[in-house]
Design a protein around this ligand. Structure first.
Ligand code: THU
Length: 160
């Protein structure tokens, strides 16, 4: 038996103002998306914005449902829209922001496991990394250069 170590690396920005201009703008689009989230059950509003290589910005937010599991996270709403409408475009980056209704959300909120798996599919498909920036409603922003940092040991089509 031997052990292996898997490392992840994230960049940490103290707040929005430290981000490069294009990322800052994308995060503002994620804020806008967040404001329009439909989250009457959890009151947890999430917005995601995607920048494509053609300059297009795609926004998505969480869409909840009275039949709870029928709802969908912001990240998948956005990335499936991108996949459906711009199948040949390269996804350059995704910005994510989340805000709870009844408390301040100051720590970066990472995408859930299902969203990471969904995003990884597109990263593998396009053979180019997707930069992921995520934050709460304000404060610290985390950046992951690629899905590989957030979801090591990816399950991909090569196993099928
Ligand atoms: N949610 C997202 O939109 N993205 C995530 O990555 C985590 C969770 C949503 C789903 C649900 O509408 C609410 O947040 C509470 O889980």
């Amino acid at each position: 038996m031997k052990k292996i170590q898997i490392q992840s690396e994230l960049d940490v920005y103290d707040d929005l103002s430290e981000l490069p201009e294009d990322v800052h703008n994308l995060m503002l689009a994620a804020f806008e998306a967040r404001e329009a989230a439909y989250a009457p059950y959890s009151q947890f509003h999430v917005g995601a914005a995607i920048l494509l290589d053609n300059g297009e910005i795609i926004k998505g937010n969480n869409q909840e449902n009275a039949a709870y599991p029928s709802g969908l996270c912001a990240e998948r709403t956005a990335i499936y829209y991108a996949g459906a409408n711009f199948p040949n475009a390269v996804i350059k980056m995704m910005a994510i922001s989340a805000k709870a209704k009844n408390k301040e959300t100051l720590t970066p909120i990472p995408p859930c496991g299902s969203c990471r798996q969904a995003m990884a599919e597109y990263e593998v498909k396009q053979k180019q990394p997707i930069n992921i920036y995520f934050m709460g409603e304000r404060g610290t922003v985390f950046k992951s250069e690629s899905l590989q940092n957030l979801l090591p040991l990816l399950f991909t089509q090569e196993y099928l």
